[in-house]
Ligand binder design. Structure first.
Ligand SMILES: Nc1ncnc2c1ncn2[C@@H]1O[C@H](COP(=O)(O)OP(=O)(O)OP(=O)(O)O)[C@@H](O)[C@H]1O
Length: 312
């Protein structure tokens, strides 16, 4: 668990972050969301002490991070940024192995781990191990960056707009890959983003900041259905419910059981927002849900319209 207690960062007379109290629970992904300049990156960098707070403190598993040498602290914290900065003269495998090598880990074990990580982020080790960063697409390079951050198996991962520089297709693919990785590894992740869809899609919890302060923290459902202020409501926008559906699978809203053969049907893996569009297009309030072509249940309009309460 990471705990921010009355955290401040002041530059001259103005505060980049002010009196921030926030807990990042173990094994969860918390998205730090908010408009440009609201203090997201400053907050993130105070966790690994790339920026030193001017007030308050950061506790990592109960320990004040000021009591650890910054280098030691950072070795236990993975860090992924938008321009990942792979070493251009090293190949992919060497880039991923940077931290384990630094830590003096066994070379053979590291090589096996590198292959495992490349596969995990969706890069075939045989094809990519020897490539140089210049030979990679933006999306591939970013995948290598994620693999590198995971290489030393840190319990904590800090990510600053990790998918921000990618085109929409590559971003979607990498978000999906990362969501699966996170479901398996359950790291404590803090992810800075200004992309509302990304925050709602990936965040177990979302912390919305405004002018250096915390506006609201909670699940995506909390922010959408129980906003604490006009700012939260406005920031998430009118179509917040629709946004949220884009990140969830139809299967989550399904009632298992037989479906009439005459109903239009969709695969259980389809996102719920697309299912809603199909209902509108086909003028139906119920869809059949299939798995590998076999009917497994139905999903109804009402369940999709109230995602906070709908579904099993
Ligand atoms: N070194 C600095 N000196 C003075 N002010 C700074 C410094 N770094 C950041 N700030 C100010 O602190 C505030 C918060 O900056 P920060 O980078 O944390 O915002 P952000 O929410 O990450 O923004 P963005 O989404 O645009 O990256 C901004 O108003 C910024 O101008």
């Amino acid at each position: 668990m990471i705990e921010l207690q009355s955290l401040d960062k002041r530059y001259g007379d103005s505060y980049a972050v002010r009196d921030l109290n926030l807990v990042f629970p173990d094994g969860q992904l918390t998205a730090l969301l908010g408009p440009s300049g609201c203090g997201k990156t400053t907050t993130l960098r105070m966790i690994n002490r790339l920026i030193e707070p001017t007030g308050g403190r950061v506790l990592l598993q109960g320990q004040d991070t000021r009591d650890l040498p910054p280098e030691t602290l950072r070795r236990g914290i993975g860090y992924v940024i938008q321009q990942i900065g792979l070493f251009p003269h090293l190949n992919v495998a060497q880039n991923v192995a940077t931290v384990p090598d630094l830590l003096g880990r066994d070379r053979r074990q590291t090589a096996a781990r590198v292959d495992e990580l490349l596969a995990l982020v969706g890069l075939d080790p045989g094809t990519f191990r020897e490539k140089k960063p210049a030979e990679l697409s933006g999306g591939q390079a970013q995948r290598v960056g994620v693999a590198r951050a995971l290489a030393a198996d840190p319990p904590v991962l800090l990510m600053d707009e990790p998918f921000g520089a990618l085109d929409p297709l590559a971003r979607d693919a990498l978000q999906d890959a990362f969501r699966e990785i996170q479901q398996r590894l359950r790291k404590t992740v803090v992810m800075v983003t200004h992309d509302i869809d990304e925050a709602l899609r990936l965040g177990d919890r979302v912390a919305l900041m405004n002018g250096g302060r915390l506006e609201q923290v909670g699940t995506p459902d909390d922010l959408i259905h129980r906003p604490v202020s006009a700012f939260v409501r406005q920031f998430l926008g009118e179509d917040a419910t629709l946004r949220q559906l884009a990140g969830r699978r139809v299967a989550e809203f399904m009632v298992p059981g037989p479906a009439a053969r005459t109903l239009p049907s969709v695969d259980e893996g389809l996102n719920a927002r697309s299912a809603l569009s199909i209902m509108l297009r086909d003028g139906t309030d119920t869809l059949g849900v299939t798995r590998q072509g076999e009917p497994i249940g139905t999903v109804r309009w009402e369940a999709l319209r109230t995602p906070g309460t709908g579904g099993p």
